[in-house]
Design a protein around this ligand. Structure first.
Ligand SMILES: NC(=O)c1ccc[n+]([C@@H]2O[C@H](COP(=O)([O-])OP(=O)(O)OC[C@H]3O[C@@H](n4cnc5c(N)ncnc54)[C@H](OP(=O)(O)O)[C@@H]3O)[C@@H](O)[C@H]2O)c1
Length: 262
């Protein structure tokens, strides 16, 4: 059976950069996102540049039935996934009560439910086939509650804790689970998070997605549990554990509100 790295959110940003970094290392890929045309042109480009096999599947991960169809195809197909990168993710920002509920629900479907379901389905297949690797993409937002981005921070805290727990559980099946916690990264992510069209401020310290992906791939090769690219981001992840929680949540709220209010 041919082996593939399955990457969700591969049509742009960090997922696309992960796809390129893995193709460069000779990995065959199965790319997933909603934008079929983007995936198709990325697949053609990566195949031409790196000589690897690149498959793609357009799937809206916020729709459980579409995800079921994709998982059924995977189960019945001949493809073995030996690396799962759960990168697809969305955010909202601003007051929770003012959010459109369907967007909040999509956030929970994509950031939490689809990620968890993929870990379950692909994890079971990996266990049957002698092991593999799972990389879930959280954020440094995972390390503290985030007023004015409350569901996003909470979803990433879920991803962090879930991944750390799975790492212990799945070790006996030779499945290595890691979690990537990037800080601000130069992708379209921030502008998509702002419902009224204003650009959510991304800090001047944001990293290029290619740098984040290269750091992540190297850390995966060393089987690191929690992968935080950038020294500044490692400090930001550590600080909430040093201060009292009342202060941490106030400061996180101020920081998010400043970004939102711009
Ligand atoms: N950028 C940052 O500063 C930052 C910081 C920390 C963590 N992260 C995390 O990094 C991950 C990637 O974000 P990014 O910065 O690379 O942003 P991005 O460029 O907006 O990429 C998001 C990806 O997710 C896919 N996606 C979104 N909704 C989807 C859905 N319903 N079904 C399937 N795919 C969907 C998008 O593809 P389609 O539109 O084609 O569906 C796209 O490929 C996210 O999990 C995010 O939380 C980002």
């Amino acid at each position: 059976m041919t082996r593939y790295a399955l990457i969700t959110g591969a049509s742009s940003g960090i997922g696309l950069a992960m796809a390129e970094a893995l193709a460069r290392r000779g990995r065959n890929l199965l790319l997933v996102a909603r934008q079929r045309d983007r995936l198709e042109s990325i697949a053609i480009e990566l195949t031409q540049r790196f000589g690897v096999e690149v498959l793609f599947r357009a799937c809206d991960l916020s729709e459980p039935l579409r995800l079921s169809g994709f998982l059924l195809e995977l189960e019945e197909g001949e493809r073995q996934i030996d690396l799962l990168v759960n990168c697809a993710g969305i955010s909202t920002c601003g007051p929770f009560l003012g959010q459109d509920w369907m967007t909040e629900q999509d956030l929970i479907e994509v950031n939490i439910l689809a990620l968890t379901r993929l870990c379950h389905a692909v994890g079971n297949s990996m266990a049957l086939h002698g092991g593999g690797q799972i990389l879930n993409v959280a954020s440094i937002a995972a390390f503290q509650p985030g007023p004015w981005m409350s569901t996003y921070h909470a979803s990433k805290a879920y991803v962090l804790h879930f991944s750390e727990a799975l790492r212990i559980e799945l070790k006996k099946y030779a499945i290595n689970v890691s979690v990537l916690c990037p800080g601000p990264t130069q992708t379209a992510f921030f502008s998509k998070a702002q419902p009224d069209g204003k650009t959510l401020r991304s800090t001047s310290n944001s990293m290029p997605p290619e740098e984040v992906a290269l750091y992540a791939v190297r850390a995966l090769e060393r089987n690191r549990a929690i992968i935080i690219p950038g020294r500044r981001n490692r400090w930001i992840a550590l600080l909430p554990r040093l201060g009292p929680r009342w202060l941490v949540r106030i400061l996180a709220g101020r920081s998010n509100k400043a970004c939102y209010a711009r």
